[in-house]
Every structure is written in C-alpha cells, then in structure tokens.
Design a protein around this ligand. Structure first.
Ligand SMILES: C[S@@+](CC[C@H](N)C(=O)[O-])C[C@H]1O[C@@H](n2cnc3c(N)ncnc32)[C@H](O)[C@@H]1O
Length: 389
C-alpha cells in the first residue's frame, strides 16, 4: 500500500508547527469543555449546532471549524492563522488540501486530549484518499477510547501491547508509563495514521506491527495488554473498526483465547467492550470456556446495560441522523429476529480487567472462583478503582 502521508518529505519541524499552532490558539480539550462540546461523542446534528456555540471569527473558532467540524475555510481565513509557507508545509504533509472552490479543507479530524493531539478520519465525511473503501476508515478518538484510558491502572510497566490500535491513541497514552509499547492493527492505513500521531506527539517508544491480533507477534508476551476491539453486533462485517460479528465478540474472543500465552505471569489485560448476555449461558461460562478454565480474576466495570429493544432503537436513531433516511418496520422485525436467533437478551458496555489468578495473594485466591465477574454499577466504579491501586 502506498503511504498516505508522505513521511519521507515531512520534517520534524512540520509536526512541531502543527502542534504549536493548535496549542497557541487554545485548540485544547479544556476549550471544548468550555463550549460544552464533547469531542469524543458527536453526531451530525451537534456539528450543525457547533458554529452557534462558538465565538465568531476567533482563530480558535476557525481551527475548530477546520479540524473538528471539517468545514472548508476561505484562504483569507486560513491566512489569519498560518503564513503562506506554513500553509505550504501543511499541504505537503497532506493535513490540508485545496478544494475546487479554492477553499482550504482539512483531510483529518484532530482530537485534543491531555497534552496530545490525535488525527483520524472524520466521522461523518468521506476519507480524503477517496479510493479507499469506507470500511477502512480510521476510528476517531471516541468515548470508549477515553473510557479505557481512564479506567486503566496506569502503573509503571515494562512491555505493553495495544491490540486494535487504530489512531494509536492507547499506545501513545500508554507510552507514558511503559518502557516500550507494541501496537498492532490489521489495517495498514490505521498504522500510518498511528505513526503520524506518534511523530506529532514526539513519542519514541512505540513500535507498530500489521497483525491480525497476535498473528505476527511470534511468541512475545507482555506485562499489559490493552484493547478497544470492534464490538458492534453485526449481520455482516462491513466496517473493520466496528463490526464484531453476530454476537459482537469475534475479536474479543480472539484476544482472550490466547491470553495465557501473551500475558506475563503477573500481567494484566484491560479491554473496553460491549458484552452480550445470553438466554441460557452465563458470562462466566463464556469466559471460562475462552480461558480454558484456567484461574483468572476478571472484573467488569459496567457503565451501562440495555435490553436488545433499546439497542435496536439506538441503532436506528443513529442511522437516521447519519443518513437522514427513515427505517422500515420490516427492518425492525429482522433485527429482533436476529437477536433472538442469537439468544441475546441484553447488551452491556464497560471495561474488562483480566489477571491471572495466581498473581493475587493466597487470601485473595481463596475468595476467587475460577471466574469472577462482578457486575458493577457506575457508583461502585470509584470504589473498585481504589481497590485496584
Ligand atoms: C474501535 S477501533 C479502536 C481504535 C483505538 N484503539 C481507540 O481506542 O480509539 C478498532 C480497531 O481495531 C482494528 N481491527 C479490527 N480487526 C482487527 C484484527 N483482527 N486485528 C487487529 N486489529 C483489528 C481496526 O482496524 C480498528 O482500527
């Protein structure tokens, strides 16, 4: 695959230039908060309302319109932020492009978080290298990306593995407390975005590997494994970043099946995911089977749980906002039948934390069953996190 970003032509001063402009003009998470914009969760309607939330004409507003809303700007607006030579560098980097009306548009969405910036494809705009198929889109840093980071233990570790890296967000954030990070994705395009982000954020201890989960990692094992896998229940796999098969667990299963070889004895694995609940099968049974009945301690910090009917409603509401097309009742019936056929009753969302049981003290071990998935309500999460540290 041809490079999307011309890495050989991008100088370190170019990354610095982009980062400096964003920083100097307050393109930050705090600014988004100030204007009541959640940068991790936004729908078309929210983008439409965005210009009304912002102060007109400031450099910060222009940057938000350009890099967050994906709006084209007039050249004269661009020149209030960038000099002509700076603009030329951003065009070389493929961050910006000139569109037919002679306006300037961003090729990439930029999400600020902590002191970092993460580029990805826009959620609601076609990718700029139009030849790629939609399903190869790079997942923006989203609420689940942040939920995983916030729920993770962030203790100093030697080797970390980020499965399903996408924009590289988990790998880059984990590089703060890891000696080294290996990050994998099955999509070569994702690895290029991740590499761009690594350079943009001046991170040097992350190595990227194109791999179907562990397939290209020979027999390497890790102290910490992180994953935000595709977890949507799907009829057919059409979006590589989203679809997890008929029960939403195809990739999750792949990750957990080989965990015993991939986790160092005292290692831990942290995964943000949705989990289905089945009619005649408990989650403990499911995990126990995946883990070959070895002794593991599993915690599930459950953020919410909805029944299949609510899930169907949410799915259609989202689709209607995205495509502005209404659904047919026969589509609803099809989905209800599909969930029933797969024996799914409920779907929950949260963060899984998995450790080999024998790393816990004797006292703890006695309390453990082979499998332990306490279902946690939101208010209990803080308590659990305290316990974890
Ligand atoms: C939901 S995105 C997560 C991106 C990022 N880690 C985050 O937290 O925002 C899922 C990513 O998994 C990747 N993926 C899907 N199937 C995979 C597989 N079998 N092996 C490795 N990566 C895979 C997709 O290409 C996509 O980049």
């Amino acid at each position: 695959m041809r490079d999307i970003f011309p890495f050989s032509q991008i100088k370190s001063s170019d990354y610095l230039l982009l980062k400096k402009k964003l920083k100097d003009h307050d393109y930050s998470f705090q600014t988004f908060m100030k204007y009541n914009i959640n940068p991790f969760k936004f729908y078309p309607l929210e983008l439409e309302i965005l210009p009304f939330r912002l102060q007109k004409g400031t450099k910060m507003t222009l940057l938000i319109l350009l890099f967050f809303a994906g709006q084209p700007l007039e050249k004269k607006q661009i020149y209030t932020i960038f000099t002509d030579s700076e603009l030329r560098r951003l065009l070389v980097m493929m961050v910006l492009r000139v569109i037919p009306s002679n306006k300037i548009q961003s090729n990439v969405l930029i999400i600020p978080y902590l002191k970092y910036y993460f580029i990805s494809d826009f959620k609601h705009i076609r990718p700029f290298d139009v030849k790629i198929k939609r399903f190869q889109k790079i997942y923006p840093v989203s609420q689940d990306s942040i939920d995983l980071y916030e729920a993770s233990s962030k203790q100093k570790v030697d080797k970390t593995l980020d499965l399903c890296t996408g924009s590289g967000v988990q790998a880059i954030l984990a590089s703060i407390y890891s000696s080294s990070v290996v990050a994998v994705d099955i999509n070569m395009r994702a690895l290029q975005f991740a590499l761009f982000n690594t350079r943009l954020n001046k991170v040097t201890n992350v190595q990227y590997v194109k791999s179907d989960i562990y397939s290209e990692l020979s027999d390497r094992s890790f102290d910490l494994i992180l994953a935000n896998p595709p977890y949507e229940i799907s009829f057919k796999d059409s979006a590589i970043f989203r679809d997890g098969g008929h029960q939403g667990t195809n990739i999750l299963e792949k990750i957990i099946l080989d965990l015993s070889h991939r986790l160092k004895p005292s290692g831990s694995c942290e995964i943000v995911t949705r989990l289905p609940e089945f009619i005649h099968r408990s989650r403990s049974e499911l995990f126990s089977q995946w883990l070959n009945h070895d002794a593991y301690k599993i915690r599930y910090l459950e953020y919410y749980r909805i029944d299949i009917f609510q899930n169907i409603v949410n799915g259609f509401l989202l689709k209607e906002q995205m495509s502005k097309r209404t659904h047919k009742i026969s589509d609803v019936e099809k989905l209800v039948d599909f969930y029933k056929m797969n024996k799914i009753t409920c779907i929950s969302y949260g963060v899984l934390k998995i450790k080999k049981a024998d790393v816990f003290s004797y006292k703890e071990q006695r309390l453990l069953n082979t499998m332990h998935i306490p279902i946690t309500t939101n208010s209990q999460i803080d308590e659990m996190m305290k316990e974890e540290n």
